[in-house]
Design a protein. Structure first.
Length: 660
């Protein structure tokens, strides 16, 4: 028997404790693996090209068989008396598997078929293990590491893949099974692609200190941040188990603040949010179906059976390329998303870029070369049901998720400085680096099985953001009166400095917004662009004659929410005339919290705004306090300077189309 351990690689994602009552979890795309098939030389001498590919189970591995670790019963609970038996946990875990198994357009099938008595931690042993055993250094809620191939490989009868002296391959079978009855799974002999998953284990953290209490049922959900719904956690992890990455989708619509199951954060202090993430969103369903499409074979797991629906009869694909308008490069890891044009409801998203790295076969290290090599193109694909869509793009810049929470592809784009553009929408004939209205949406029709929605190419805008703030250090404010208002001063001198002596497009404003409870949509009473004056520590803002206003402004959970204007050219010209005549000394970007209480959510707090307040020159990208942020608790009658913070509001402007 031969050991082929150099052709496999371990890949894991986890759930970890984050700030306050938010838990971060490590679908929007695929978990990635490198492919070094044929050992093609890279630009770095002695190294190979490592293409990034998605991981998934081969059809010969389906149904994917899992074993339950039966050495802890009842399951330990660091918060008090145990509340779960192994039998209860196993039933709950199969329910979470079934959430994925029952997707009619996906042929993924994951089942608990046995038990194992592993006394230690999970590992690569051809036993797909579910365990509540965790070591002293375990810091996550749960992890779902997979082992997968890093090159195309042919398995021969008798191969010892994991190096334990026992054969892992048999020519006597056509599907994965325990041939010799020793508890581990053997693979059929044959050819397997790079990225094929060989083993997946899922661990749930029950440490005595800093472990978690896993609960079941609606009555067990609570606001204790160390208490976690097992089905919510497991359904997320099992998405990783069959190859799905994270998605930035954390706010479905203007009335639904819940996120996709594969969104990388769970608000364990918000029962409504936990319950919502038990149920798969359209985004989760679309990506599971895209990677395991029903109806794509006449026999085997992908063949249609009772209750199944053919993927290509239900879904179409939105495809195109994303390019950076300033850098003139294809973008790696930009988030391209589709929303229903009629309801404005988020449906699905994907990440742009075909990417590769340089692989050192001696050390196993991965290295960047340059954007031209590492990012051959900015192609993307989004699976969506038939419908009419608006297609938008946003950077994976840490809000609401960081590149490291998603994939190596997103990290490549981030390292090369590509995740620094404004959220905008595809608008076809006016799609260019210099756009008048970045918020303009061109309808994209998607029909199942047809290629009508290809060529949706997007170039990010070269708009200029006037940002008088640095990093977000805080969010606030709690317990403020209903109708309270925030405002940021933009002096006339900053506006004219953008294009001295030339024209100007005032395209919009953007607000860094946040919520105390993840199930809540951050809806503000209004967003306003107005004029005003400043005298000492007070401001006078003309809210009676706003330059632009949107009532019921919907913010974004932990992200910048843009408010794009309809006539940027006319607005820019009017502002320039006012500045030239002295009628306009400042613009003010204004945001008002709801005027009525109680505020929604279990915490009863208003929607928050992002705050920059450290004023620490040792912190990268930090900024001094500009003394341009004002607060009003009486609906805008009086405005007082807040000397502690810079409110994170942006003015988005651009030069006219005919000017360089």
């Amino acid at each position: 028997m031969k050991n082929i351990e150099k052709k496999i690689f371990n890949f894991g994602l986890c759930l970890c404790l984050a700030l306050a009552n938010v838990i971060t979890v490590l679908a929007g795309g695929a978990l990635e693996q490198i492919d070094i098939t044929n050992a093609q030389p890279s630009p770095i001498p002695g190294q190979f090209i490592a293409k990034l590919v998605g991981i998934k189970w081969d059809t010969r591995s389906i149904p994917v068989k899992y074993s339950m670790n039966n050495t802890l019963d009842p399951i330990p609970n660091p918060l008090g008396a145990p509340v779960l038996t192994l039998a209860q946990a196993q039933a709950a875990l199969q329910t979470s598997f079934d959430a994925w198994n029952q997707i009619p357009t996906s042929f993924i099938d994951m089942r608990i078929t046995g038990t194992t008595a592993n006394p230690g931690l999970a590992g690569f042993d051809f036993i797909n293990e579910l365990t509540f055993r965790t070591g002293a250094t375990f810091a996550a809620i749960a992890v779902s590491p997979s082992v997968s191939l890093i090159e195309d490989t042919t398995f021969a009868d008798g191969d010892d893949i994991d190096g334990d002296g026992d054969s892992d391959v048999s020519s006597a079978i056509t599907v994965c099974t325990d041939v010799d009855g020793d508890g581990d799974i053997e693979f059929p002999a044959g050819f397997y692609k790079a990225g094929t998953i060989l083993d997946n284990d899922v661990q749930f953290n029950t440490k005595t200190t800093n472990g978690f209490r896993f609960t079941l049922g609606d009555a067990a959900l609570d606001t204790n941040t160390r208490s976690v719904d097992l089905n919510t956690t497991a359904t997320h992890e099992f998405g990783h188990s069959h190859g799905l990455s994270h998605t930035p989708g954390n706010q479905i619509s203007k009335t639904d603040g819940s996120g996709s199951t594969m969104f990388p954060f769970i608000d364990t202090g918000d029962p409504a949010s936990e319950m919502a993430q038990r149920t798969l969103s359209q985004d989760d369903i679309a990506w599971s179906s895209f990677f395991y499409p029903e109806g794509t074979a006449k026999s085997g797991p992908a063949a249609l059976q009772r209750g199944d629906k053919a993927f290509n009869k239900e879904y179409g694909l939105i495809k195109g390329e994303l390019r950076h308008g300033v850098l003139n490069q294809p973008i790696a890891g930009g988030n391209v998303f589709a929303v229903d044009l009629l309801t404005d409801k988020f449906v699905s998203s994907g990440f742009s870029g075909t990417t590769q790295l340089s692989f050192d076969p001696v050390t196993g290290g991965l290295f960047l070369v340059d954007p031209a090599f590492d990012i051959p193109n900015g192609n993307y694909v989004i699976p969506v049901p038939k419908g009419l869509y608006a297609v938008g793009v946003e950077p994976v810049d840490g809000a609401p998720v960081a590149a490291a929470n998603i994939s190596l592809t997103c990290q490549i784009g981030s390292i090369f400085g590509q995740q620094n553009f404004n959220e905008e929408f595809y608008n076809r004939s006016r799609e260019d680096a210099r756009e008048v209205r970045p918020g303009e949406k061109f309808p994209v029709l998607v029909l199942p099985g047809l290629n009508l929605s290809s060529g949706i190419d997007i170039v990010t805008s070269d708009s200029i953001n006037i940002n008088n703030f640095g990093n977000r250090n805080f969010v606030g404010f709690t317990n403020i009166p209903a109708g309270s208002m925030y405002a940021v001063q933009i002096p006339a001198s900053q506006i004219t400095a953008v294009n001295p002596g030339g024209g100007l497009l005032i395209q919009g404003v953007a607000f860094d917004t946040f919520v105390a409870n993840a199930s809540v949509v951050p809806v503000f009473a209004k967003a306003v662009l107005a004029t005003g004056t400043v005298s000492g520590t007070t401001a006078t803002i003309d809210l009676t004659h706003p330059l632009a206003q949107k009532n019921g402004f919907v913010g974004q959970d932990n992200d910048f929410a843009p408010f794009y204007f309809t006539f940027p050219g006319l607005l820019g010209a009017a502002v320039q005339r006012g500045i030239n005549t002295g009628a306009i000394q400042n613009l003010f970007i204004v945001l008002q919290v709801p005027t009525t209480t109680p505020f929604p959510g279990v915490s009863g707090q208003p929607p928050f705004i992002g705050l920059d307040g450290t004023n620490n020159p040792a912190v990268p990208n930090d900024a001094p306090i500009f003394n341009q942020s004002f607060f009003s608790s009486d609906g805008g009658t009086t405005w007082t300077l807040d000397p502690r913070f810079n409110f994170r509001f942006s003015l988005i402007v651009s030069k006219p189309l005919d000017q360089p």
